[in-house]
Design a protein around this ligand. Structure first.
Ligand code: SAH
Length: 352
């Protein structure tokens, strides 16, 4: 019988499993504390459980760990990027970033991505599969263990499209924030999506405290469809309709991300159109200089982001400019995994 991945179980599920095995329900909380607070993954070390229960756990459950395949540390700003190897040999990336107020971690939600955004390295290596809740969670636990840092912010902005792995991402968020476990406030979590409209409506119903970030990156449908194929399925107007609904339903402000790409979406006309689109929406705009991806020639001219921000400001839209972190270690998501996947193909599938 295949063992159950215990780190992917939320507390009610673990309670149900234990009760079905004739154990008391409260044991689940004890186990949850070992796993999510003390981060002890060896059932034999869970000393307040009976020997019989420990044997039951060993026979029926497993913890799928992640292994550090590569660790790159930026000498400019202390950003650390991990390439993690999953139990089935696939790779994902996780980035630990240092800010004045603490550390933030950027986690992946899928191995690869189906969305095909033209400027994104994750699209280049192709899609393999979605991550299990445990595999998203363990990126945090393993990074905290490896670095000795306690993270104070989590962003779902690594490889993959979180809303294309909706159920597992929501479960991950439940496990992460459970007060009997890691007890991490969702107020310090940001979830970034390219704009899968039906799932934005679904997410609104859950009324989570997280910050929803929308990768907008263009102000007209023609340009957006060119760089983000998802726009052909859900255009800007449908997307903004979903955003308005989300704000109404949750009372939470949305962040729009806009990578300023010279010659693509950086003109005054783009800024003016963007300000018209966003007028009246309770939102914040985050401008990003485009991260260079080797296979693409997209770039951001030196004053383009500041000019764009100024133009938006004149029209009443406040925008912040995202600081570029880890520029010396290719911290843009997807670049390490793409290289590892490419090396494996070149080596005929052997280890990178
Ligand atoms: N799939 C999700 C989350 C992953 S990407 C999404 O699309 O939002 C996280 C953010 O990085 C998105 O805003 C994405 O558009 C942006 N991004 C991807 N590649 C980039 C690049 N080369 N330069 C700047 N931003 C990039």
């Amino acid at each position: 019988m295949e063992k159950t991945d215990i780190m992917s179980l939320d507390l009610p599920e673990l309670e149900a499993r234990l009760e079905a095995a004739g154990e008391k329900k409260f044991r689940a909380k004890q186990i949850y504390k070992w796993l999510h607070v003390k981060r002890i993954f060896d059932f034999d070390k869970m000393t307040d459980l009976s020997v019989q229960l420990r044997e039951h756990l060993k026979d029926n459950f497993c913890v799928n760990g992640l292994f550090v395949q590569k660790k790159l540390e930026s000498s400019i700003d202390n950003t650390v990027k991990y390439l993690y190897r999953l139990s089935d040999g696939n790779y994902v990336e996780t980035v630990l970033m240092e800010y004045s107020y603490g550390h933030s971690i950027c986690v992946s939600t899928q191995v690869g991505c189906k969305m095909g955004c033209r400027f994104c390295a994750s699209a280049i290596a192709g899609f393999v599969r979605s991550l299990e809740p445990s595999e998203i969670l363990m990126q945090i636990y393993e990074t905290e263990r490896n670095s000795g840092v306690k993270v104070s912010g989590v962003v779902l902005m690594g490889i993959g499209e979180p809303l294309d792995n909706f159920d597992n991402v929501v479960k991950f968020l439940r496990i992460l924030s459970d007060s009997s476990g890691n007890n991490f406030s969702l107020r310090h979590v940001s979830l970034s999506t390219c704009g899968i409209v039906p799932r934005i409506y679904d997410l609104a119903e859950l009324k989570l405290q997280l910050t929803l970030c929308i990768s907008l990156h263009a102000s007209d449908n023609e340009a957006r469809s060119e760089i983000m194929p998802v726009n052909r399925a859900y255009n800007i107007q449908e997307l903004l309709g979903a955003c308005r609904h989300y704000i109404d339903r949750t009372g939470r402000r949305i962040t729009f991300e806009y990578a300023v790409i010279s010659g693509v979406n950086s003109s005054d006309k783009d800024a003016d159109r963007l300000s018209d689109l966003l007028r009246g929406i309770n939102c914040h705009v985050n401008l990003i200089p485009v991260n260079k991806v080797r296979e693409r020639d997209y770039h951001t001219a030196s004053s383009a982001v500041a000019d764009f921000a100024k133009r938006l400001g004149k029209r009443g839209i406040n925008a912040t400019v995202r600081r570029t972190l880890g520029s010396d270690i290719e911290a843009a998501c997807g670049q390490l995994r793409r290289d590892a996947a490419k090396r494996e193909t070149e080596n005929g599938g052997a280890d990178a």
